[in-house]
Design a protein around this ligand. Structure first.
Ligand SMILES: C[S@@+](CC[C@H](N)C(=O)[O-])C[C@H]1O[C@@H](n2cnc3c(N)ncnc32)[C@H](O)[C@@H]1O
Length: 280
């Protein structure tokens, strides 16, 4: 199902493009001026403002908006929490910058008139983020998750897990943790259908670990409780939004027990060993 149509009339900002030095005059974007940020952090915010203009002048955000409202039938007055896992080193990498801009726009943190959802709390964690990058996210009102939860955050209200291009085990753990109330979660991440395709025995030999780290994804998809809406990726920066889909869940209504064979002591240790700051 197409959310993104071919972009017209915009220019791709090349990887070597240098952000303008931060100053109030150089930074007319209404989005974000924060006195607490210094030097490089301000430059990073200015770079995000450029990325914002690029996204807003393409079809990407308009289509994403239509997609969100029509396909997912999310009401604009619905209140969400948002958990941003695995955004990546956006101080360094362009794809992560665009991904960050998309979620900030969605929440009205950049250009309030483009806000799409009412957000109560926005949390973030990526073990690789630098202190500088975390401070930039702080300045947008996002809240740090201080520990590596390995994706096992249980939520009790509608929550968007924004996880572009994260590891499969991380999606799996989000589903695992919310097994009894999956209707509360919505995951933006890699296509689960694509994942299942890849581990089907007819496609190619797969390792036990491939299956284990995706067991909850597979069970949920096979039970028919996942609605997956795939994006056609034709944004100019191919790597930013490829293979992404929004997933909404229905409740299992107690039909299917949480995969037990991978649960040790009531936790998920058998899937992902509990090592502090494990990167998956
Ligand atoms: C493949 S990278 C994707 C980065 C970025 N979203 C992109 O598309 O370029 C996966 C990211 O997940 C992060 N990650 C790994 N383990 C994590 C965990 N337990 N919780 C949150 N993020 C994690 C990694 O540090 C990394 O930045």
């Amino acid at each position: 199902m197409s959310a993104f149509r071919r972009g017209e009339g915009w220019k791709t900002i090349g990887a070597g493009h240098k952000p303008r030095k931060w100053s109030p005059e150089n930074f007319p974007c209404s989005c974000h001026v924060n006195d607490k940020l210094i030097g490089k952090e301000q430059e990073l915010v200015a770079l995000l403002a450029q990325r914002t203009r690029h996204i807003l002048s393409s079809n990407l955000y308009r289509d994403f908006k239509l997609f969100w409202q029509r396909t997912l039938r999310c009401r604009t007055d619905q209140v969400f929490d948002v958990v941003v896992y695995g955004i990546g080193r956006f101080g360094e990498f362009r794809n992560a910058q665009y991904q960050l801009v998309l979620v900030l726009l969605l929440m009205g943190k950049l250009e309030p008139e483009h806000k799409l959802i009412d957000v109560q709390n926005v949390y973030f964690f990526d073990p690789l983020l630098s202190e500088q990058e975390s401070r930039v996210l702080d300045s947008f009102g996002m809240k740090r998750i201080e520990e590596n939860e390995e994706g096992k955050r249980r939520v009790n209200r509608l929550t968007l897990f924004y996880m572009p291009h994260c590891g499969r085990a991380l999606y799996n753990n989000v589903i695992w943790a919310n097994w009894d109330s999956l209707e509360n979660i919505c995951i933006l991440g890699n296509s689960f259908e694509g994942y299942l395709d890849r581990i089907r025995p007819t496609k190619r030999a797969h390792s036990d670990r491939d299956v284990e780290t995706g067991i909850c994804i597979a069970e949920a998809v096979q039970a028919g409780i996942v609605n997956e809406f795939q994006f056609v990726n034709d944004f100019g920066v191919i790597g930013a939004f490829n293979d992404l889909a929004l997933h909404r869940f229905k409740n299992f209504a107690n039909q299917t027990a949480r995969p037990a064979e991978y649960i040790a002591d009531g936790t998920c240790e058998a899937i992902i060993p509990k090592i502090k700051n494990l990167v998956i």
